[in-house]
Write a protein that binds this ligand. Structure first.
Ligand code: NOJ
Length: 533
């Protein structure tokens, strides 16, 4: 059975500001990524790259506030740079997935400038405008995910507009067919240029309750829950995730399918009711190719809990649908910061051996630590506006390529990078880890090689196994073979009755070869084993 590329691919997320700065302004750019492309295709060995936004933007939310969907911000380069990067990626067999931000634009986008210019402007209805209540207050109780009310009053026209995020990120009105056509034209623009797919920012937000009902108060949440401050005082029943969203994704899928080459879509869908989440695949698998699965991102460390969650996800994916796993991204604490350095190695093995497409966030392959950025150097608008929230800057720091003062992120003698590089990160550079046996980077490289060489890891079935306490073990099997993965989540030795077999890889990278009957796992050790026979 052949599989489309996006099912077997390992995706690597690049936050363009932070990956490689070619021109020395302290901010990463597309030409910088091009300079490092062999690292992606050869040194590391991933199959696809997802680029966070590089479009013209006032950078209020570092590119998630787009003012032109069909160009490149001068900070990041030009359309020619993009075309060069895409061509070089394709020459190496690397796919390029770009970020599409459909829920909102920047308030400087020409569409919004027109929309806010008068009530009878033809683009007025491209955004969500409502009258104030009789006392002048906002039309309903909806809150911005970034703090405060989701409504901003516009003095000139006497109405409120909706912004689910910053007030400089007005929400588009997806109930207006002209908006859908305009965004689909953007999709066509990039498909025609040759991109392989799209990551859809807050995909579930685009359809709201047409009656604009108030959200009810929230119940209390469990320990897996990461609080977003005031936003979590409500149950977000009406301000996002209206079922009409699925019609849009069905149409998007038809558009993608009308192009050659398995063009792909993955939605950022923060929906944790797995039945609801699974609906984003579409009723007949005709929706998004995949909704990102964030189930493990906030899960407290523990074998039983992870097993339970993975089993639940695996079971929730509709027949014929393809699972996926994410452990980090530009919005979350670094893995090492969440669980610890030893645990991050086990997590790497988990991510790259589960059934489904994995996405690696840049720098996780180095085991980068979460950086505690002093308040006066912080940039993240969300945390600056909502102090209860941890700044996302700590996971967005420059990629350390070597131990030099600029860490090889910028050319020697450049301006300071947009976020500081720490000595700790310089010591964890790509150069240092390539020279060190057993480094985190070597572990990722080995895992990626193993995954490529073993079809059962790429496309095989999955079944979790009852085993020693504190160990999460599962089998992956297909026509060509079978492997057992055993991950010791505990800080004590554990014995797994594995039967005899051959150790293919240990997270410690210090053993391989045959074992007899029992697999003895050291604290925080994960092993991939090929069972005998
Ligand atoms: C989700 C993105 O991942 C995040 O970085 C951004 O701030 C919000 N969407 C708003 O666009």
């Amino acid at each position: 059975m052949t599989h489309p590329w996006w099912q077997t691919a390992v995706v690597y997320q690049i936050y363009p500001r932070s990956f490689a700065d070619s021109d020395g302004d302290g901010i990463g750019d597309l030409a910088g990524i091009l300079e490092r492309i062999d690292y992606l295709s050869d040194t590391l060995g991933v199959d696809a790259v997802w680029l966070s936004p590089f479009y013209p933007s006032p950078m209020a939310d570092f590119g998630y506030d787009v003012s032109d969907y069909c160009d490149v911000d001068p900070i990041f380069g030009t359309l020619d740079d993009f075309d060069r990067l895409l061509a070089a990626a394709h020459e190496r067999g690397l796919r390029i997935i770009i970020d599409l931000v459909p829920n909102h634009t920047s308030d400087r986008h020409p569409w919004f400038l027109e929309s806010r210019s008068s009530r009878d402007n033809p683009k007025r209805d491209w955004y969500v405008w409502r009258d104030p209540l009789a006392d002048g207050s906002p039309p309903n109780n909806w809150l911005s995910a970034f703090g405060g009310a989701a409504w901003e009053f516009d003095e000139t026209t006497g109405q409120y507009y909706l912004h689910s995020f910053l007030k400089s990120q007005p929400d588009l009105n997806w109930r207006n067919p002209a908006v859908k056509e305009a965004v689909f034209d953007v999709v066509r623009f990039w498909l025609d240029r040759g991109v392989d797919g799209f990551r859809l920012d807050v995909a579930h937000f685009i359809m709201k309750d047409p009656e604009f009902r108030d959200n009810p108060p929230a119940p209390s949440f469990g320990e897996d829950f990461k609080s977003m401050g005031e936003y979590d005082t409500q149950l977000h029943l009406y301000d996002k995730g209206h079922p009409d969203v699925h019609r849009v994704f069905r149409d998007l899928r038809s558009l993608l399918d009308s192009y050659e080459g398995d063009r792909f879509s993955v939605g950022e869908v923060h929906v944790f009711d797995l039945d609801e989440w699974a609906k984003y695949y579409g009723e007949n698998l005709d929706g998004l190719h995949m909704p990102f699965n964030f189930t493990l991102v906030w899960a407290p460390w523990g074998a039983e809990r992870f097993r339970h969650l993975v089993d639940a996800v695996d079971g929730a994916v509709p027949e014929g649908g393809w699972p996926n796993y994410v452990l980090g991204n530009h919005d979350e604490r670094r893995l090492v910061g969440r669980y610890g350095p030893k645990q991050a190695r086990v997590a790497a093995m988990l991510l790259l051996t589960l059934r489904g497409a994995p996405t690696i966030y840049y720098g996780e392959e180095l085991g980068l630590t979460q950086v505690d950025i002093p308040r006066h150097q912080q940039q993240d608008p969300w945390a600056l506006q909502e102090p209860a929230v941890e700044s996302r800057d700590g996971c967005r720091t420059p990629m350390p390529w070597d131990g030099s003062p600029t860490a090889g992120f910028s050319p020697p003698g450049s301006s300071d990078p947009w976020l500081p590089v720490t000595d700790e990160h310089r010591a964890m550079s790509v150069e240092a880890q390539l020279a060190e046996d057993g480094s985190m980077l070597q572990l990722y490289r080995s895992l990626l090689r193993l995954r490529r060489s073993r079809p059962e890891l790429q496309v095989g079935d999955y079944r979790s196994l009852d085993t020693a306490e504190g160990v999460f073990a599962y089998e992956r099997w297909g026509e060509d073979g079978r492997v057992l993965v055993a991950l010791n989540f505990s800080d004590e030795e554990r014995v797994v009755a594995s039967g005899s077999g051959e150790v293919l890889l240990s997270t410690a990278l210090d053993r391989s070869g045959p074992i007899n009957e029992r697999l003895i796992l050291r604290p925080h050790e994960g092993v991939v084993l090929a069972p005998a026979g």
